[in-house]
Write a protein that binds this ligand. Structure first.
Ligand code: SF4
Ligand code: SF4
Length: 93
């Protein structure tokens, strides 16, 4: 895992993280997000996710990008090094 992409989670997102943890199969200490401004839509991360938690999204005026499904992601961080563009961030709760 590329630890450079792991950020300390802002305090204001605490409730969001806790909701994810209490919602089921979340890793208790980390979750991941994709920055749509950095994402090029290559799909490498989606292919890397064993939990099928990353969706490829196409929007006509926005192009193709990927999005992490909060309910499927377990916060393992395995997808992070697959992104050459630094678009995937791991957030510590
Ligand atoms: S690997 Fe990175 S650039 Fe490619 S789809 Fe995933 S987040 Fe986007
Ligand atoms: S953190 Fe793990 S489960 Fe979540 S999208 Fe990345 S590879 Fe999939």
């Amino acid at each position: 895992m590329n630890n450079d992409n792991i950020e300390k989670k802002p305090a204001e997102l605490k409730d969001q993280a806790l909701n994810k943890v209490s919602g089921g199969s979340k890793h208790p200490y980390m979750y991941c997000t994709i920055d749509s401004d950095l994402c090029k839509g290559c799909g490498a991360c989606a292919n890397s996710c064993d939990h099928f938690a990353i969706d490829v999204v196409e929007i006509s005026d926005r192009g193709t990008f990927c999005n992490i499904n909060d309910y499927e992601c377990v916060g393992c961080g395995d997808c992070i090094p697959y992104c050459k563009f630094g678009a995937i961030k791991g957030h510590m709760s």
